[in-house]
Write a protein that binds this ligand. Structure first.
Ligand SMILES: [Zn+2]
Length: 325
């Protein structure tokens, strides 16, 4: 057991705890099957099958910890939206943990530093999700693999939501082949992926900057064989953190389309996950309510991307097939 004298060492002990509990649980067969499906559906080219497989295993295997440069890059990308980040935000430590949780949260370390924990699975699934969505939206673009229809990509989005939900759902019904948008893809998959990550980091920084992490209840989060006290926030605090993130993105980009695309993708995907698990979240307000707040605050109702995403995701939601149906 390592002595813990700082919040950095506290985070390292969390990595170690994940490591101790999970090293024996790495499931290469499952990772290979998932990677095969992603190749089959054209989400990743065959030559990246092995890389995807290893990336999926990484999410289970704490010996392949994901720390260092990647966390600094994510934090700086979020700071970039803030212009001059508040002092409390600049003190924040970001940890990407190799756990299989599909979430992120903020807490304060035992030595006082604000901490944002971002679980690795979130990054993995989001990357695949963005590529699928862009391929679905623009079936004739370079993002798309020509052999696959928009319907294939729509099914993949449902599959990814099911993986995030830890649910057995693997197919959709009456999946259509209508494209979402026409014209050129306005954004690269990597850029959009980073914007989505930044929205999540900014939301957590919002909790830190607004003082929520010192003024709320606790909930236990199990990571590996350790349990840490994350902060259990009120619905109002969740909305406040969402608006902090949305404000930062809107101020930096000054484009309703950028905000619609980032927040819309995030909350509509979360909504899909909630529908697949047929549950409403206990730690956050329902995703749709969060999206509605942002739409009304920034007058996005008639923005082109907001409408297109709502229409598409209403359709994805209607195509869910439940295992027990
Ligand atoms: Zn939150």
């Amino acid at each position: 057991m390592r002595a813990i004298n700082s919040d950095d060492e506290y985070l390292l002990s969390m990595y170690d705890a994940c490591s101790a509990a999970q090293t024996t649980n790495v499931n290469w067969d499952h990772a290979r099957r998932t990677a095969d499906k992603l190749v089959e559906r054209g989400i990743i080219p065959p030559e990246l099958r092995q890389e995807a497989c290893e990336a999926l295993v990484e999410s289970d295997d704490p010996a392949r910890l994901f720390r260092g440069h990647a966390t600094q890059k994510m934090l700086h990308a979020a700071f970039d939206y803030l212009g001059t980040p508040p002092a409390e935000a600049k003190r924040t430590l970001l940890a990407i943990l190799p756990s299989t949780e599909y979430n992120a949260f903020a807490c304060r370390g035992p030595f006082g530093a604000p901490i944002v924990v971002y679980n690795k699975v979130l990054i993995l699934i989001q990357g695949f999700f963005i590529r699928s969505l862009l391929a679905f939206a623009y079936p004739d673009s370079d993002v798309s693999t020509k052999r696959f229809s928009s319907a294939d990509h729509a099914e993949t989005i449902l599959l990814l939501a099911a993986i995030a939900a830890g649910s057995p759902l693997v197919r959709g019904k009456d999946i259509r082949t209508t494209a979402l948008m026409s014209g050129d893809v306005p954004v690269e998959a990597a850029t959009l992926s980073q914007a989505l990550e930044s929205f999540i980091v900014l939301h957590e920084l919002g909790h830190i900057v607004k003082g929520h992490i010192d003024d709320c209840g606790f909930r236990a989060v199990t990571l590996g064989d350790t349990t840490i006290e994350a902060y259990s926030l009120s619905r109002d605090q969740e909305f406040e953190a969402d608006l902090f993130a949305a404000d930062a993105i809107f101020r930096k980009t000054t484009k309703k389309a950028s905000l619609s695309l980032t927040a819309g993708l995030l909350f509509r995907f979360f909504d899909l996950i909630e529908r697949i698990t047929r549950s409403t979240p206990t730690t956050h307000p329902a995703a749709l309510a969060r999206w509605e707040r942002i739409k009304s605050r920034f007058a996005l109702e008639d923005e082109e991307w907001a409408r297109a995403l709502d229409e598409s995701f209403d359709f994805f939601a209607s195509a869910i097939v439940y295992e027990d149906a």
